[in-house]
Design a protein around this ligand. Structure first.
Ligand code: NAD
Ligand code: DAU
Length: 332
């Protein structure tokens, strides 16, 4: 049985990916995750056993990483500090995990000649104007805005350099904003859903005109698996599902789906340096690797996500107070 090491597999997208791989392939999966505030082992508990194992550990731990990669056929690297608002408050962990952690993994992967897939974000390209007809492509220049996106850009460049200089067997992908089950409630969509479920008014940054390009986490997973199986070494693939919506539009959909008046929310202090718009052109992935998203109706996907948070209160309820205390302290 082929062995896959998934870093950050107890986080939002990593856990969705682990479920996808178990459902659609024969891989044995080992999850390496430090279980930071963002990791939740219960998200993958149902698959642990014969097909999947869990190792609690830090991707900066070179000895542990070397041992695990020595036994692995392919590494899929999701582990990261992932939240922009946290990176504006305390950037240091972003440098440690996103830069040094990625360095530690690719050093081990090159020593063992192990296939490596690096997960990244469209935020490395900076932002677009609302009326710009262009979308991000694989050749858009890097121009990150926040400490988070700067460290993701740095990690991408390390992987590219290791591929060219040391022959690392790597592919990269940069995806747009994900939604779906198991997402930490600090993030926009689950924060608003769980606010409503907790009797708190949703909070919109600035005027709410910023645009994000939404994709369901299961579509991100199917794209990553396709790249792992058929991607060309050294190539970068952008992942997106043509899901552009303003934050105000998304909030209206959530409020309406949950039976609330569409004006039942508060405008709050904007994020410093807030990127205006992200938009992905995923033509390369669709044509070269014949990939297409399955979740093409955003309202249906949001409906299922609302249902998931409604039915899994114990998964998020303990974090609600500390998350809202953090935001309240900065007027958000
Ligand atoms: P997340 O914050 O939900 O999960 C991150 C996981 O990594 C957690 O389980 C955490 O415990 C683990 N982790 C953090 N530091 C670690 C360390 N030093 N060692 C081992 N494990 C560690 O993040 P997410 O939203 O699932 O994002 C996963 C990846 O996808 C990241 O690389 C992110 O940049 C990328 N990405 C996210 C989105 C999105 O919309 N969320 C979009 C595009 C790309
Ligand atoms: O584009 C991909 C990126 O998407 C990933 O790389 C990041 O890991 C992921 O967190 C996400 O970044 P964003 O900053 O776009 O996501 P977030 O959920 O934090 O915010 C989405 C938008 O909603 C953004 O414009 C800020 C806004 N927002 C956010 C929160 C938490 C609000 O208006 N109110 C809120 O309460």
């Amino acid at each position: 049985m082929k062995q896959m090491l998934v870093t950050g597999g107890a986080g939002f997208i990593g856990s969705n990916f682990v479920h996808h791989v178990i459902d659609h392939t024969d891989y044995h999966v080992t999850v390496l995750d430090a279980l930071t505030y963002a990791g939740n082992k219960s998200s993958i508990e149902s698959v642990l056993g014969e097909r999947a194992a869990f190792v609690q550990g830090d991707i900066c731990d070179a000895v542990l990483v070397d041992q695990l990669i020595a036994e692995t056929d392919v590494v899929v690297h999701f582990a990261a500090e992932s939240h922009n608002d946290n990176s504006l408050n305390n950037p240091r962990p972003f440098l440690d995990t996103n830069i040094v952690g990625t360095f530690t993994l690719i050093e081990a992967a090159r020593r063992h000649g192990t296939r490596f897939h690096h997960i990244s974000t469209d935020e490395v390209y900076g932002d677009l104007e609302l009326n710009d007809p262009e979308r991000f492509t694989e050749s858009t220049p890097y121009n990150p805005s926040s400490p988070y996106s700067a460290t993701k850009a740095g990690s991408d460049l390390l992987v590219r350099a290791w591929t060219r200089s040391f022959g690392l067997q790597a592919t990269l992908s940069n995806c747009s904003n994900n939604y779906g089950p198991f997402q930490h409630i600090e993030k926009f969509i689950p924060r608003q859903i769980t606010n409503i479920l907790s009797g708190i008014r949703p909070k919109l940054y600035g005027a709410g005109n910023n645009v994000r390009d939404w994709i369901h986490a299961d579509d991100h997973s199917s794209a990553v698996l396709r790249i792992v199986e058929r991607g060309e070494i050294g190539q970068t693939y952008l992942i997106g599902a043509d899901g552009e919506k303003s934050n105000l539009e998304v909030l209206h959909i959530i409020l309406e789906s949950m039976g609330e008046p569409v004006d039942a929310f508060d405008f709050v202090t904007d994020r410093p340096g807030h990127d205006m718009r992200y938009a992905i052109d995923s033509t390369k992935l669709r044509t070269a690797l014949d990939w297409a998203p399955r979740y093409t109706n955003f309202e249906d996907g949001i409906g299922a996500t609302i249902e998931w948070y409604t039915e899994h209160r114990t998964w998020w309820e303990n974090d609600k107070k500390s998350v809202e205390d953090f935001y309240r302290a900065q007027g958000q």
